[in-house]
Design a protein around this ligand. Structure first.
Ligand code: CMP
Length: 138
């Protein structure tokens, strides 16, 4: 069944001018981009977006980092998109990510790992709605 998932090209990956290559890899892997925008998250928005991690030792740093610069947010559509995209980008820790994955090639550390992916179908729906209105999804 076709699913939608949300991805974010994170601040350091944008800063280092990897947007084009990351998007090219995503498209070549068969994910269809059905929504896309560039934004800089306000701190309060990043707090809400990452609310599931509130209380974890890395939460405050993660919020600061994700609101520190421009990000590219996309909604991707494909069969089994949620798990498929997580597998495609590689493990959260770039050092543990498989060779040839986006996180392995562009990630620097477990925090600066280049790209976000929704972790479940339920969260994907919430995350898509957080960033996009219905008319922005084509
Ligand atoms: P992401 O897929 O965006 O979801 C949560 C983010 O928290 C994750 O990518 C990392 O950027 C960050 N993160 C997860 N675990 C850790 C950790 N142990 N230390 C620092 N940052 C983490």
């Amino acid at each position: 069944m076709k699913q939608r998932t949300l991805t974010i090209i994170k601040p350091e990956c944008v800063e280092e001018k990897h947007i084009g290559e990351v998007i090219q890899r995503i498209e070549k892997a068969g994910f269809e981009i059905v929504g896309m925008k560039m934004v800089q998250l306000q701190e309060k928005e990043a707090k809400i977006f990452y609310q599931v991690h509130e209380g974890k030792p890395f939460y405050e740093e993660l919020v600061q980092y994700m609101s520190s610069g421009r990000v590219v947010v996309m909604v991707l559509e494909k069969e089994n998109a949620v798990q498929g995209f997580r597998d495609f980008i590689g493990a959260t820790d770039p050092q543990k990510a498989a060779e040839g994955t986006i996180r392995r090639d562009f990630g620097k550390s477990i925090q600066f790992n280049c790209i976000h992916a929704s972790d479940s179908v339920e969260n994907a729906q919430k995350e898509v709605a957080f960033f996009f209105s219905q008319r922005e999804l084509i």
